[in-house]
Write a protein that binds this ligand. Structure first.
Ligand code: CAP
Ligand code: MG
Length: 432
């Protein structure tokens, strides 16, 4: 008789009903040639929980209780339930090492995609969620009835701190709320972080005085973690209410640490998602953007880039709307094979950020997709205005106002020179 060397089928139970405290993951999978569906889903559950490739000599009884279970196979989708005790409370990196770890490299699968995760209440309670959330940020910025607006000086890196701050000032003066650093700008020989912050602080005061509006900035602190803490304190000492982190490259551990540090200062986190497309762009493999957004809301960012659907970067309408739902809703409804149900309980809603290739002519599309509950970043689309940054920001603000009033941009352009000039340059083109 052939000896049993593997125990993958022990991790599959088509009749399993998850308990209230199970974490449930929705995966898309494609078995490799010669691997049955049952073996494939058994391996997913096994390698991401207690299993390994072979049967073992010693198995304490506890093991049984810690095994994950694959259930509900529908075509190429399967759900896997993980018992709560597998997970260290409040440890986001450990979660990823399990549900998003070795399993992506298994030879038994041609493709595997982590689509979404349902977090039980007891698991969520060890994470802080956003410090301010949507309501808190609206209060700070004193902006109620329209999206919060911002822009990155462009080109994205190369300006000196003085040049950068001057462009920031023009952005604020054109009516924008926020000036944002670009993802690859941190502290360079030509644009030192500390110098940039000092200059921006002076010009923020001037812009606030001249406009009577609240102004702020999303200044990028991404760096080694101790240095990030230092930069966070420096921002706080200079009266800034936000800090920006490239959350994927910095990693969940650093984001958790900074959520604590910034929370103690009463500051918000702007999350840039640079590098996300390395694992979410291929629809058959990797991890989905809605799940990244969910993970970051759980850890506690106040806003995160969510795509535009019409701008220069990938991310279709279903994905963009799913990102927005996962970030804004208290009770997220299941949607196609993209979202699982999720009750966020006490975790505050976060803003989706629309960014990437936007200009005034695309603002009606963005407001249709997101409504007013978003942050709109229009960068190249203001600095490329024929009369410069300030006029560009004015044009974008005019486009927002017109759209919110239900007026077409063409009609609004008759009384607004800046918008008229923006439309003459870009019309409603969708950049690629
Ligand atoms: C936008 C941007 C952002 C992208 C990121 C850029 O500038 O600053 O980093 O929006 O993409 O460098 O491209 P533009 P996403 O407005 O000039 O395009 O929001 O999809 O993460
Ligand atoms: Mg950028």
């Amino acid at each position: 008789m052939e000896k049993k060397v593997e125990w993958y089928s022990d991790f599959v139970n088509e009749n399993y009903t998850p308990s209230k405290t199970d974490l449930v993951v929705l995966f898309y999978f494609e078995p490799a040639k010669g691997v049955s569906v049952k073996e494939a889903v058994g391996r997913i559950a096994s390698e991401s929980s207690t299993g390994t490739w072979t049967t073992l000599f010693e198995l304490p009884p506890r093991m049984k209780k810690l095994m994950a279970t694959s259930f509900e196979m529908k075509g190429n989708f399967v759900k896997v339930a993980y018992p709560l005790d597998l997970w260290e409370p409040g440890n986001a990196p450990q979660l990823l090492s399990g549900i998003a770890g070795n399993i992506f490299g298994m030879k038994a699968l041609d493709n595997l995609r982590l689509v979404d995760v349902f977090f039980p209440k007891v698991y969520l309670k060890n994470f802080k969620g956003p410090y301010h959330g949507i309501e808190g940020l609206r209060k700070i910025m004193k902006v109620r009835d329209r999206p919060i607006t911002g822009a990155v000086p462009k080109p994205k890196i190369g300006f000196s701190a003085v040049e950068h701050a001057r462009i920031g000032f023009e952005t604020w003066m054109g009516g924008f709320d926020l000036v944002k650093d670009d993802e690859n700008l941190s502290s360079t020989s030509f644009n030192n972080f500390y110098k940039r912050v000092e200059l921006m602080t002076k010009l923020r005061e001037k812009a606030e005085k001249e406009t009577g509006q609240q102004k702020d900035a999303l200044i990028n602190i991404t760096s080694e973690t101790d240095e990030m803490k230092k930069r966070a304190k420096f921002l706080h000492d200079h009266g800034w209410r936000y800090a920006m982190i490239d959350v994927v490259v910095a990693g969940t551990s650093a984001v958790q640490t900074l959520r604590d540090v910034l929370g103690d200062y009463g500051m918000a986190i702007h999350a840039h998602r640079a590098m996300h497309a390395s694992f979410d762009r291929n629809p058959k493999h990797g991890m989905s953007m809605p799940f990244l957004a969910k993970l970051m809301r759980m850890i506690g960012v106040d806003q995160i880039h969510a795509g535009t659907a019409v701008g220069k970067l990938v991310g279709g309408l279903d994905e963009v709307q799913s990102n927005a739902n996962i970030l804004r809703e208290i009770k997220v409804k299941p949607f196609k094979n993209i979202l699982l149900e999720q009750d966020w309980g006490k975790i505050k809603p976060a803003f989706p950020v629309a960014s990437g290739g936007l200009h005034p002519g695309l603002i009606p599309d963005e407001l249709k997709i997101f409504g007013k509950e978003c942050v709109l970043l229009v960068s190249g689309g203001i600095h490329g205005h024929p009369r410069g940054t300030r006029a560009g920001a004015m044009a974008a603000m005019q486009a927002i106002e017109a759209t919110m009033e239900g007026t077409s941009l063409e009609e609004a352009a008759r009384g607004n020179r800046e918008l008229k000039q923006a439309l003459e340059k870009w019309g409603h083109m969708k950049p690629v």
